[in-house]
Ligand binder design. Sequence first.
Ligand SMILES: NC(=O)c1ccc[n+]([C@@H]2O[C@H](COP(=O)([O-])OP(=O)(O)OC[C@H]3O[C@@H](n4cnc5c(N)ncnc54)[C@H](OP(=O)(O)O)[C@@H]3O)[C@@H](O)[C@H]2O)c1
Length: 251
Amino acid sequence: MKKLEGKTAIITGGNSGIGFATAKEFLAQGAKVIITGRNEKSVREAAAELGENAFGIVSDSAHMEEITKLAEQVKTITQTLDIVVINAGVGKFNSLENMSEEMFDEIMNINFKGAYFSIQQLLPLINNGGSIILNTSINAHIGMAGATVYAASKSALLTLAKNLSAELTSRKIRVNAVSPGPVGTPLHSSEKLGLSEEDLQSMGESLTKQIPVGRFGEAEEIAKTISFFASDDSSFILGSELIIDGGMYNL
Ligand SMILES: NC(=O)c1ccc[n+]([C@@H]2O[C@H](COP(=O)([O-])OP(=O)(O)OC[C@H]3O[C@@H](n4cnc5c(N)ncnc54)[C@H](OP(=O)(O)O)[C@@H]3O)[C@@H](O)[C@H]2O)c1
C-alpha cells in the first residue's frame, strides 16, 4: 500500500518549487492534494499538470481577509484534511540599516503571520491523528548577513512546531518542521530575491562553497522528507525538525 493512501493534504504555495514537488510526491504516495497559491494562472496550470487528484485554490497568505476564507474554499473540495504543509514563503534579504518597514512586513506577514493564521483556519478541518509540516529554513540556525528578518520569520516557525505540538497532543496532531539549505527552485531568481543577475550569481557561488556536498539541493529531496513527516512512518515524532542542507549546518 502507498504511504499516503486515503489521505487528503493541502500544501500552501504548491504551485512552484518545493511545494509543487511535494504535491507530486504526495500524489505518487496515493494522497489527494490541494495546492494553494496567490496567482490564479499559476495555480490553475500547476493543478492541471498534477492531474485528476489535485485541486487548486487561489489564496494569498499575506492577507487575513483571504486566509479567513481558506477553510470555506477547502470545504468545496473536502470536508476534512489529514496533512497540512505550510510552505508558502518569500525570501527577501537586506541589511538592518537598509531594511524597510514594507519589506519587514511582507516577510513576516507571509512567512509567519500567514502561516500561523492559515493553520488556525484549517485546524477545525484536520482529522485527529493528522500531521502539520512547516517549511522553515537553514537560516533559522545560521548567521547570514542580510537575513535578519527572513531568519526571524523561519525561527518563529520552528518554535511554533514545538509549542503547537504541545497544544495538539490531545488530538494526536503532530507538528514538525523541515529546514532546507539552499535548494534550486524559482525562489533563486533575481525577480523573487530582488537581486541583480550579477549579485544572484555571486550569491549562488558563495552558497555552493558553504555546502559540503558541493551543490544546491533539489526540491524533490525536500519533498521526500516532508512526505516522511506526513506519513505514519513518523508517528512518534512531534515538535521536531529535520535539517536538509547537504551538510551545511552540521559539518
Ligand atoms: N529554495 C530555497 O533555497 C529554500 C531554502 C530554505 C527554505 N525555503 C522555503 O521553502 C518554501 C518554498 O520555497 P521555494 O524555494 O519552493 O520557492 P518558490 O518556488 O518561490 O515557491 C514559493 C511558493 O510560495 C508561494 N507564495 C509566496 N508568497 C505567497 C503568498 N503571499 N500567498 C500564497 N502563496 C505565496 C509562491 O507563489 P508565487 O509563485 O506566486 O511566488 C510559491 O508557490 C519557502 O517558504 C521558502 O522560504 C526555500
